[in-house]
Ligand binder design. Structure first.
Ligand code: NIG
Ligand code: FE
Length: 411
């Protein structure tokens, strides 16, 4: 289908210089074109420019975007969108005073979700995940990373990753799959994390890699979950299978995982709610992108990732939802962008960069997503009539999206 958007009040995140990520002060720059048009052909951005220079056209269906802003769809680089059932009872337990860690120690948390998922058929799991994916597409997400990690057995981990693959076939949204076998220590290995790590390396990883079901490896590097040495072992093993690390680290404690992640050339380190000066120095020397998950901080009432300090230190930052049943049961990137502005003191331009171009980088889809660039996927958010893009995080509870296009098609 050939589409033409006309009278776009402002076309945001316009880049033709091959920028893959933005860091430090550059994060506050959001290149744009006012009063613009944009041509879509074959699902990609064919051309765009200023309305005064709109070339003659024929055979295009036009959409009038008067008063509306157009930007690339959100790139959500960290989710656990495939899960079975929910954990609203633990939510109530937390309201009554238990902590996330206390609930996990009682057998709740990730192990609770794993038990449910193991009993759920692949078909049912697909149905549940499809509902969530359809919802986030309507909320403007055009590319998403999805982790396994609620299986914790070879069969159940493979089941989750097959569901991710089926979702990628069923929907136009781009999906980056991540293997997170090291999300928690399953009951069968209680008290023997080393044996579970060995099991992942020798049994799970080869199967996942052979079936080509994951692009990334993730580990929950945290006290009570996987140590730095165990993380190192897992990342080393994953490397031999060509999986790139994107790891959960510094959510509750700074135990040295960032150093290991950077040494392994991890694409991203995610969470970072607790960040030491030494961690910050390591990040500055490395090439790994920090990813903040403000929805998790909001929901658990834990500190927010020091996003302001990371950017002020010259680093890049990506924003993601962490969509999961325990610590962030929401896949709404609009809320994440608003929370980053309100709670982490990012400017709207920084937050939008973190949720588009840097989000694309954080899941390896920069070639096709994250900016308005000729030849990239026509995955676009058309907002309602709004005064400026600052209004998006400002009016944080409202749905300000008029239309979402993914690969040039209306969602
Ligand atoms: O990113 N921290 C580890 N994993 C998820 C939470 C998983 C769960 O509670 O089910 C997170 O917050
Ligand atoms: Fe997570």
């Amino acid at each position: 289908m050939k589409l033409l958007l006309i009278n776009i009040k402002e076309l945001l995140q316009v880049r033709e210089d091959g920028t893959q990520k933005v860091s430090g002060a550059a994060m506050d720059q959001l290149p744009s074109l006012k009063n613009a048009y944009l041509f879509i052909k074959g699902g990609t951005i064919a051309d765009y420019g200023s309305m005064e220079k709109l070339p003659p056209f024929e055979g295009f269906k036009t959409i009038d975007c008067s008063g509306k802003i157009v930007l690339p769809t959100w790139c959500d680089s960290h989710t656990h969108l495939i899960y079975a059932g929910n954990r609203e009872h633990e939510f109530v337990d937390r309201i009554k005073g238990l902590t996330y860690q206390e609930i996990a120690e009682k057998g709740g948390g990730i192990l609770n979700s794993a038990e449910k998922l193991q009993k759920t058929s692949e078909e049912d799991l697909l149905k549940q995940a499809s509902i969530r994916l359809e919802e986030v597409m309507k909320l403007g997400t055009g590319a998403i990373e999805i982790k396994s990690g609620y299986g914790l057995t070879t069969q159940a981990e493979l089941k989750m990753l097959r569901v991710a693959k089926t979702l990628a076939k069923k929907y136009p949204i781009t999906i980056a799959p991540t293997f997170l076998g090291a999300h928690a220590v399953p009951k069968e290995f209680k008290g023997n994390t080393d044996a579970y790590v060995e099991h992942i390396c020798t049994q799970m990883l080869p199967r996942v890699a052979k079936a080509k079901l994951a692009k990334y490896i993730d580990v929950f590097c945290e006290e009570g979950y996987f140590s730095v040495a165990q993380t190192d072992k897992l990342l080393t093993a994953a490397k031999s299978f060509g999986l790139v690390p994107k790891i959960h680290v510094n959510q509750f404690n700074s135990i040295g995982g960032i150093k290991t992640a950077v040494a392994h050339n991890a694409l991203t380190v995610d969470h970072l709610e607790v960040l030491s000066d030494a961690d910050m120095e390591i990040l500055k020397q490395g090439d790994t992108m920090p990813v903040a998950l403000p929805g998790c901080s909001f929901f658990l009432g834990i500190p927010y990732t020091p996003g302001r300090a990371l950017i002020d230190a010259g680093l890049p930052l990506a924003l993601a939802t962490d969509y999961n049943p325990g610590s962030a049961p929401s896949g709404n990137m609009n809320f994440v962008v608003a929370a980053a502005c309100i709670k982490m003191k990012l400017t709207p331009a920084e937050a939008i960069n973190a949720a588009t171009i840097n989000g694309a980088y954080a899941m390896g889809v920069s070639q096709t997503h994250g900016s308005i660039t000729k030849g990239k996927s026509a995955s676009l958010i058309i907002t309602q009539k709004i005064p400026s893009y600052h209004y998006l995080p400002y009016s944080f509870g409202s749905n300000l999206i008029d239309t979402v296009l993914i690969n040039g098609k209306k969602v």
